[in-house]
Design a protein around this ligand. Structure first.
Ligand code: ARG
Length: 545
């Protein structure tokens, strides 16, 4: 919160005894902030609200910060900051390397489960979204001073590995030499084989048992499959410029040794009961129970997720656990959280949240497919984007499209629109940033000194920009709380639009003296806010475009 808002809040509180709950004004003609404190007090005092508002306006001592207070409508108090107050807000921003983003005290330990692709399968558009969204959460929460622990819950365990290993042995393949797309093709051959060849299916099932009991040859091939898959995943991460590393890996198989204990704890606490041969946890509001041990003795996806919560709370000390997967897994996580609460793995002090995202659609409104009609791999999407624009711009286009709509909504992957440098796109924001850099370069080349303080803001357009820039910290806090990056996107877009208006209305290089210094300082602050905000979205801000 800008320090002038804190100051205003204190002055109102000491004058009235209650929090004014300042809100940004909804329209410019209402000033900059508004409070309904008079309406609230009028109720308790049994007096007309406008009368109470007038009394507050007469007593609260804010003349050094704002223009005379105005009473509006039924008794709102409108606050219009002075030019100097607005200017000081930007100067504070420029003086602070954190750009007034407050540090959470105490910071929390936040586990973010994201990306989580599956071994021997190519990453697809869904994994693109979880990777981009999770990376942005990671950046935002880290900036707010939390300790973020990413967990890449890769699918590296399950009966499909019996089939894969059996197919590899039958084909006499050297797994170590396969690329991820080749492994993906192998996966498809193996699944087809399993469905059509009963004798092969029997061997594949035996192979699962060999894998589980630690048969050396089987384990070796399985490990090779993981190794080659990680090469492919890491290539994708590097290409996307996301922060995930091998240190963040905590695949399904890493919970194997915990599963028996989890089942034991669920059973002994009486939370799990046998139903039709399977061990189940019944959770309120769900039509089917959560199965934690199948009737054949096997453990599934849900058991592993219970083990993961247990470890994240007990060993990683999580205060908050965030899961980023497609929206269709919402039911699964709601039920896993409910079961984890019953068993005592998820205390009330720990917040578990599932963030479900919508689908990526083609311009035909159907799930996005590549030209040859197959479900789009992450690579093919990036290739298509890089055909339209240089990599930083292509990535900005994709990431911004992914983050700027409500996450839960489907969005249309319309590359031609997404790479435009006009309209509400990632490249437009990059362009706004690069253009400021260009003006500042020009100033430097012309030997014009830039100011590090904003001293005057005579024009309403520059006042609007100053006010907006001071909201950066609050916006980041909001995204950390709500996990809605589109709020940051909208904010940055508003900044970019305000900067464009500012160029139209307020000459920078063609003005003189302190006004020019002020304006240079103002756009420096805008540049810093745009660069920092884009970074929190995982988007690069080049100096030139
Ligand atoms: N591997 C899964 C998939 O590709 C996502 C795993 C999400 N995380 C979890 N803890 N279940 O859909």
């Amino acid at each position: 919160m800008p320090s002038y808002v804190v100051e205003l809040q204190q002055r109102f509180t000491s004058a009235t005894g209650v929090d004014p709950e300042l809100r940004p004004a909804t329209k410019p003609q209402f000033g900059h902030f508004q409070t309904n404190v008079a309406l609230r007090l009028a109720k308790t005092e049994g007096k007309p609200p406008r009368e109470v508002a007038q009394r507050i306006a007469d007593t609260v001592d804010v003349a050094d910060l704002c223009e005379p207070l105005e009473i509006a409508g039924p008794g709102f108090i409108n606050i219009r900051l002075t030019e100097q107050t607005l200017a000081s807000g930007v100067t504070d921003l420029l003086a602070d390397p954190r750009l007034q983003v407050p540090l959470a005290e105490p910071g929390e330990t936040v586990v973010i489960d994201y990306s989580s692709p599956n071994v021997a399968k190519q990453m697809h558009v869904g994994h693109l979204r979880t990777t981009i969204i999770g990376d942005s959460f990671n950046r935002v929460l880290t900036a707010l001073g939390h300790r973020v622990i990413p967990q890449n819950h890769i699918g590296d365990w399950g009966t499909q590995f019996g089939t894969l290993v059996e197919q590899i042995l039958e084909e006499g393949l050297d797994v170590g030499g396969l690329t991820l797309p080749e492994a993906d093709a192998l996966y498809k051959r193996a699944s087809a084989h399993f469905k059509t060849d009963e004798e092969f299916a029997t061997r594949a099932r035996k192979r699962v048992v060999a894998l589980q009991s630690g048969d050396a040859r089987t384990r070796e091939i399985w490990e090779q499959l993981i190794t080659i898959s990680l090469v492919g995943f890491n290539e994708a991460y590097a290409r996307l410029g996301v922060k995930l590393t091998d240190a963040d890996l905590a695949g399904e198989s890493s919970y194997n040794d915990d599963l028996a204990t989890v089942v034991e704890e669920c059973e002994s606490s009486g939370v799990a009961v046998i139903d039709d041969g399977a061990l189940c946890v019944f959770t309120e509001g769900f039509s089917a129970p959560l199965i934690i041990r199948k009737s054949d003795g096997g453990y599934g996806y849900a058991t592993t997720d219970l083990a993961a919560i247990r470890r994240r709370v007990n060993e990683l000390d999580a205060d908050r656990i965030i899961y980023v997967t497609d929206a269709r897994q919402g039911g699964h996580f709601a039920q896993v959280f409910a079961a984890a609460k019953q068993v005592g793995y998820l205390p009330d002090t720990v917040n578990a949240e599932h963030v479900g995202y919508g689908m990526v659609l083609g311009t035909d409104g159907k799930p996005f497919k590549t030209r040859d009609g197959t479900a789009a791999s992450l690579e093919s999407l990036l290739d298509a984007a890089e055909e339209k624009a240089a990599r930083p711009i292509a990535l900005a286009a994709i990431k911004y499209a992914d983050l700027s709509n409500g996450l839960g909504k489907d969005y249309v992957f319309d590359l031609d629109r997404m790479v435009q440098t006009t309209g509400n796109t990632g490249p437009y924001l990059q362009y706004a940033h690069a253009r400021i850099c260009q003006v500042l370069r020009k100033a430097e080349a012309d030997g014009i000194a830039g100011g590090d303080k904003v001293l005057e803001l005579p024009h309403p357009t520059e006042q609007t920009l100053a006010l907006l820039l001071s909201r950066y910290g609050d916006t980041v806090v909001e995204v950390g709380d709500t996990l809605q990056p589109h709020r940051l996107c909208t904010y940055l877009y508003d900044v970019a639009v305000a900067v464009a208006r500012f160029y139209d209305d307020c000459p920078v290089l063609r003005s003189d003296g302190t006004l020019r210094e002020s304006r240079l300082a103002l756009i420096t602050a805008a540049r810093d806010v745009l660069a920092a905000g884009l970074d929190l979205l995982g988007i690069e801000a080049p100096d030139r475009m």
